[in-house]
Design a protein. Sequence first.
Length: 192
Amino acid sequence: MKFYAALQENHHYTDYQIKVIHYALITIASEISKFLMLSAFFFALGKLTEYLWAMLLFLCLRRYSGGIHCKTYLGCLAVSFGYIAACVLVLPSLSIQLQTQKILLLGSMAVLAVISPIPSVYHAKLKKPQSIRYKIYVLIFTGVYFMLVSKLYRNPYYVTGFWIILMHTIQLTIFYFQRRFTNEKSMDEQNA
């Protein structure tokens, strides 16, 4: 706490600014710890490079389209583990035909074009130009994957990325309808 006291004394930070810094430090520490734990797990399985690839793609999608946010550290760790483990260890063993992959990627692009980005309730609402820019980034990303599908659809890294896109689209759709249902419910309560 000396760090925070020094910020207030020497730099005249407000209580609110101290809380924001504290939140940011806790968030960074929790994200690094989750990343290291999952890295150790996938390293032990000999799947570290696949995990790192999956995380890179996931973070790109997550950054520009949003997604579900858990309320606790353990909840977030469990969901992150399940999501990445499914995309790296389980789902790539499913054999999906090239045409089916194309259809699923086009479907993901359409869904993401309509519902993304969906920022966390903890972040400021995006302005229209920023929202459009994020949507374009996500569509370029998934569009590149769609263009590469014919050449790489059996490549293990490509397959992992395909599942990351598909699972991300599913969870974003769930989050979209969950938020919409919650908003409609609160509007009904206000009108009652």
